[in-house]
Write a protein that binds this ligand. Structure first.
Ligand code: FES
Length: 145
């Protein structure tokens, strides 16, 4: 009887301690938009779901990207996070710039810094086009300008 109790408690505990959990993001590509629906040279905010694994937990989290279709089969996707202190940037249609209202940084449609304290361009998602689907990968940190 004691052996059965020890096995019932010990086997799950040993599995927990010995089997490594999955770490970090899934690293996979996420279908985020349909290419024909993106207007040429018009930044569009898209919201999609990304699965992240943290230990044994799998978390579905909403993710935002600013997507710009720059050519027939080319799309650029920016992180919406300002490179100064992390506020959200938005597209100013009248000024044709990405703006951060926290400390007035401004970025061009290409993500380059136009003004304010932001130290580097907007970070970009890896982008892949698969037929009419726009797939987004991980965010790549931009280099200081
Ligand atoms: S956080 Fe965007 S300008 Fe400071």
């Amino acid at each position: 009887m004691m052996g059965a109790i020890a096995a019932a408690l010990g086997i799950p505990a040993a599995g927990y301690l010995l089997v490594p959990g999955r770490r970090g993001p899934s690293g996979g590509w996420v279908e985020a938009a349909e290419l024909p629906k993106l207007v040429m040279n018009q930044p569009e905010q898209i919201v999609f779901e990304r699965v992240r694994r943290d230990g044994w937990k799998t978390i579905a989290e909403r993710t935002v990207a600013w997507v710009v279709r720059t050519e027939e089969k080319k799309v650029v996707a920016f992180s919406p996070i300002c490179t100064h202190l992390g506020c959200a940037v938005s597209w100013d249609t009248a000024g044709k710039t990405f703006v951060c209202h926290c400390h007035t940084s401004a970025f061009s449609k290409e993500g380059m810094v136009l003004g304010g304290p932001a130290p580097r361009p907007l970070d970009r998602f890896l982008v892949r086009i698969d037929g009419e689907k726009v797939l987004l990968g991980q965010v790549q940190k931009s280099v200081e300008s």
